[in-house]
Design a binder for this molecule. Structure first.
Ligand SMILES: Nc1nc2c(c(=O)[nH]1)N[C@H]1C(S)=C(S)[C@@H](COP(=O)(O)O)O[C@H]1N2
Ligand SMILES: [Mo]
Length: 323
């Protein structure tokens, strides 16, 4: 296919839809069909004062404080782009799934915590939120398709959940599983994919300061399209690692086969750390397109978070760390 030869920033808006063009040509078609409605969607979503960069703490008293440790280094993406241009294959293969994804019922919501833990259990999201310290962090997000955004997440460090889970010392990995709601997630009917969406982290990655469970965005509860009520956010890795709408977190001593790895292991690996020097078979990763003004900017190793995470990989040099 001719598209295969293009580099990331040359791919037309209508074609960047597919994480996996080679596997599934239908993505190209659905992406093209969706394009016409993206603009409308953005208008319907409207803007907000928070999207302009005002901190929620300033906007509404009692809101959570922004952690100053994580500097964005570039302007916040306008909220309307982050909430109307999404990847969420359970709801379809186009970027324009936000209306459908908003139908996901977020309460009641339970998260199963199991595997190699002291005591397996199911915890209600609101009970969980009472046991953690919620804060706001502005993170850069980098999709492997070479688009990027900069957004304020609300949530809590993943290490706090690990502490609550009390993993056994033999546990080496965390497995994250997305909910499967057949009533709203039309994509689950597609035979191309093996659901549920599964992602994973090594336990030392999960304990890293940057690893975050997001429950809000722009000072509001996380909407379905962004992975509400709770999603993984690991900004030094490509966006597909950030599994949405989590239903289950399992501790294990075996590295899981992730959703995209299972589909196309040549293109998507377990570690998936951002690196401008390691091209994806179909996309150069040297630059990225900022949602909003479509400005092209250079991509940074570990998405610019090397000071936090590079040490995780010094003893893993023999692994495919960047794909
Ligand atoms: N369950 C699930 N999680 C997912 C995806 C998905 O299709 N399903 N897409 C991933 C990809 S490729 C990206 S780039 C981010 C996009 O998150 P956003 O839509 O909030 O920007 O979600 C990730 N998490
Ligand atoms: Mo992505």
């Amino acid at each position: 296919m001719h598209i295969v030869k293009r580099r990331g920033w040359e791919i037309a808006e209508s074609q960047v839809t597919a994480e996996h063009l080679v596997v599934n040509r239908r993505s190209v078609l659905s992406g093209a069909a969706g394009l016409g409605t993206i603009g409308l969607g953005m208008m319907a979503a409207g803007g907000s004062a928070l999207a302009q960069g005002a901190s929620p703490a300033a906007a509404s008293p009692g809101a959570v404080a922004r952690n100053p440790k994580f500097e964005a280094g570039r302007a916040l993406t306008d909220e309307k782009f982050a909430t109307t241009y999404n990847n969420y294959y359970e709801f379809g293969e186009s970027k324009n799934v936000w209306r459908e994804a908003q139908k996901l019922k977020q309460r009641p919501w339970a998260i199963q915590i199991d595997g190699m833990v002291k005591q397996a259990r199911t915890i209600d999201i609101d009970d969980l939120l009472k046991q953690v310290q919620v804060e706001e962090r502005v993170y850069r997000h980098r999709c492997v398709e070479a688009w990027a955004m900069t957004v304020p997440w609300m949530g809590f460090p993943l290490s706090q959940l690990v502490a609550l889970a009390e993993p056994l010392s033999a546990a080496k990995y965390l497995v994250f599983e997305t909910a499967q709601d057949k009533a709203t997630m039309k994509g689950l009917a597609s035979p191309f994919y093996s659901w549920p969406y599964v992602e994973g982290l090594a336990i030392d990655e999960a304990m890293n300061d940057l690893a975050f469970l997001s429950t809000g965005l722009y000072g509001k509860p996380l909407q379905g399209q962004n992975g509400g009520p709770i999603r993984l956010t690991v900004p030094w890795k490509y966006g597909f690692k950030g599994a949405k709408s989590l239903a289950r977190i399992t501790f294990t001593d075996k590295r899981p086969k992730t959703f995209w790895e299972g589909l196309q292991s040549r293109e998507y690996g377990f570690w998936a750390n951002v690196n401008p020097a390691v091209s994806h078979p179909r996309w150069s990763q040297s630059r990225e397109r900022l949602l909003g003004d479509d400005e092209m900017v250079p991509t940074q190793i570990y998405n610019g978070y090397g000071d936090f995470v590079a040490g995780l990989y010094t003893d893993r040099k023999s692994e495919k760390l960047f794909m």
